[in-house]
Design a protein around this ligand. Sequence first.
Ligand SMILES: Nc1nc2c(ncn2[C@@H]2O[C@H](COP(=O)(O)OP(=O)(O)O)[C@@H](O)[C@H]2O)c(=O)[nH]1
Ligand SMILES: [Mg+2]
Length: 391
Amino acid sequence: MSDLGSDAISEIERRASEPMALHDTRVAQPIELAIVVPTYNERENVPILLAALERVLVETEWEVMFVDDNSPDGTAERIRELAVTNPRIRVLERIGRRGLSSATIEGMLTTGAPYIAVMDADMQHDESVLPRMLERIKTEPLDVVVASRNIAGGSMGEFPRNRVRLSNLGSRISRAVCHCDISDAMSGFFVVERTYFKQVVPRLSGTGFKILVDLLASSTREVRVAEVPYHFRSREWGESKLNVNVELEYLLLLIDKALGRCVPPRFVLFVLVGSLGVLVNLACLTLFFQVANASFLVSQSLATFVAMTFNFVLNNLATFRDRRLRGRRLVRGLFSFYVACSVGALLNVSFAEFLHRASIPWYVAGIAGMAISAVWNYGLNMVFTWRRSRA
Ligand SMILES: Nc1nc2c(ncn2[C@@H]2O[C@H](COP(=O)(O)OP(=O)(O)O)[C@@H](O)[C@H]2O)c(=O)[nH]1
Ligand SMILES: [Mg+2]
């Protein structure tokens, strides 16, 4: 943790309860740096971060934009209380939405400052490197300056081993899609020039947690990047929100970047799950028909039923993880999935049969039938089974 005294934090909190001076005689300077901070349950960390920023950014005109996804611990309300008496502070609260990347992008869109920094609220990012990052992006021809843990002078600190390995693997993979050579593409701490951000923003995916990879991979030209080392700190307050979905979200971001946005990554995942379902179907058919000696009709019906249930569970966990069904809605969803997929199967068979009769080769007819039912199943289940909740 930084050497921030508790005095600085209480000063931030004291000012929040005081009325502002009515006649401030200072001439307002244009804001040079905006710091975008995504937050989810970071109530305790907000005043600590603000005090830290005030301490290191004495020579800069700056503002901070928190983007909070309606944290249950009341983070947004806490920020609003502090913002009333401090015009540097703003908060954008999103209701019924989650997502680190999308929160960050929306925060970045709120500012007119020429340089935009992105950092976490949990004090794991060392704010004292901010002035150095700003200096470099201002004085050198650069689009992005990344605070890196993987170059001399930086480190992962006490980050858990498995997360370090994952981060390194992710960085290596990212080189295939990023238009630059960078050692820590998994970093969530960087400064970007607003003109560069504006160029790439229409192509951003906004999927997952790896906003830097998204920003770099969305460029149509080589990105001018520099890295500044820092030591990643441990979290003192609150807990990490990243879970097993990190890998999945990252995979989806890569799919999105690689397929040039022709196909929605969610659909790719749906088809992958469906393909696994075919294997499950075959395995069950073998078991029931060959091993248990049931009739073909019974075996295939049971196998289809198992495969559909398997697909539902996997889609609920992965493909529609952001709309995951639980409790009673899970049961309702399962039935809706059975119905949608049964109609899909009928469509598949009748369309393939129609093509086959029209002298189309059997395998082309078969693939076309499957393609039609995949699109049907995806669309219908998205609208009825995993419909967007209003909450
Ligand atoms: N707005 C928003 N912020 C998030 C979300 N998930 C994480 N964050 C914030 O993003 C930052 C990084 O998250 P963290 O859990 O510390 O990730 P870790 O450091 O990789 O373990 C923190 O400031 C979190 O509060 C989210 O879904 N929405
Ligand atoms: Mg963190």
